[in-house]
Design a protein around this ligand. Structure first.
Ligand code: FES
Ligand SMILES: [Fe+2]
Length: 341
């Protein structure tokens, strides 16, 4: 082999090796005047049909209430979910307990109470509440999925189930997860409808996405298959294929099915809280990004989780600043009877 041929074969080996370790592609970002408009594909009827299918599912009365780490070993926390105060704490084996948030004695809010041997002691007069309940107090269904906590409440039109419908997740011990929570003035369906319109992605969030195409042949009312490039700047990006679907009426999931990070998921949960002083509905969006990659470099990333999580949260929050504008606008238009969809 000539010296030139040896040099070129070495160079292509290096290129292959770099490509196998670094998933970037040179995908220059087009300016908006060169982008294909997506409004023809984003038919209001198509989005509302998918939304109707998602809303017809039985959610079993389950609501995401926060992050697993929110509930410590020996203290209670409270949340307002669907207009009810709910208390959470942990039993002796670490399992999650949930129940009405008012003490049956004189109604104290059961927040920040001590827990001894799995029994909560009300901070006003020490009334003991056991995880099994008694004739004055009955626990709710509760579930800790390892990332998020859930409570099962009685809800009109929903048949209670023993577990929430969890989407497929990559192995948690080899993944990197980060959760953000954002509060909006809208209803859960506005949050779900925002994500059932992937066509806005490259137009509305050009700092995060480009080259977004919905594969109509692979999509139906339950699943949207999307090819998209995650932006890492104006020149470089990471092309992937993702699927959007709703495992219940208050959750929408983006699962990476091909490309870098296949099996990673972004779960968006919309939890109704209640009404604000002006009678408007408050919804908390809890978004869990569970990133996974079989690459060797990713093991280093999971080991550095505490340094990487803030960046993951920042990215998710930035997207939700815009997506809340969309969801809250949709809600206001619906209220005024002016929503075009
Ligand atoms: S209000 Fe809880 S013990 Fe009295
Ligand atoms: Fe969006």
């Amino acid at each position: 082999m000539s010296l030139e041929a040896r040099k070129s074969s070495a160079a292509s080996r290096v290129q292959r090796s770099v490509r196998s370790r670094i998933p970037l592609a040179r995908v220059p970002q087009p300016t908006q005047d060169r982008m294909t408009p997506t409004w023809r594909q984003a038919r209001p009827r198509r989005i509302s049909d998918s939304l109707a299918v998602s809303q017809a599912q039985n959610s079993g009365g389950w609501f995401v209430a926060g992050v697993s780490a929110d509930v410590p070993a020996a203290k209670s926390i409270t949340r307002t979910i669907a207009g009810r105060e709910v208390v959470f704490w942990r039993d002796t084996d670490g399992s999650l307990v949930a129940g009405p948030g008012a003490c049956p004695h004189l109604g104290a809010l059961l927040d920040g109470c001590a827990v001894a041997d799995g029994t909560l002691l009300c901070r006003w007069h020490g009334y003991p509440l056991s995880p099994r309940g008694d004739r004055t107090w009955s626990p709710f269904r509760a579930y800790d999925d390892g990332v998020l906590i859930w409570v099962g409440l009685p809800v009109d039109g929903e048949t209670p189930t023993s577990r929430p419908a969890l989407p497929p997740r990559p192995p948690l011990d080899r993944s990197l997860s980060a959760v953000v929570s954002i509060r909006g003035i809208c209803e859960p369906q506005d949050v779900i409808a925002n994500r059932l319109d992937p066509w806005h992605g490259a137009w509305f969030h050009p700092y995060s996405f480009s080259h977004l195409v919905v594969d109509d042949k692979a999509s139906d009312k339950k699943v949207l298959a999307v090819d998209v490039t995650f932006r890492l700047g104006r020149t470089w990006g990471v092309p992937v294929r993702a699927e959007f679907f709703c495992p219940d009426a208050r959750t929408i999931v983006m699962l990476i099915v091909e490309g870098e990070g296949a099996r990673s998921v972004v779960e968006t949960h919309a939890t109704p809280v209640g009404l604000d002083e002006q009678g408007r509905p408050i919804t908390i969006i809890t978004e869990a990004t569970i990133a996974y990659s079989p690459r060797a470099g990713f093991k280093v990333a999971t080991a550095m989780a505490s340094m990487i999580r803030p960046a993951m949260r920042k990215t998710a929050k930035r997207l939700w600043v815009d997506d809340l504008v969309y969801a809250e606008r949709r809600y206001r238009l619906r209220q005024r009877g002016e929503f075009p969809g």
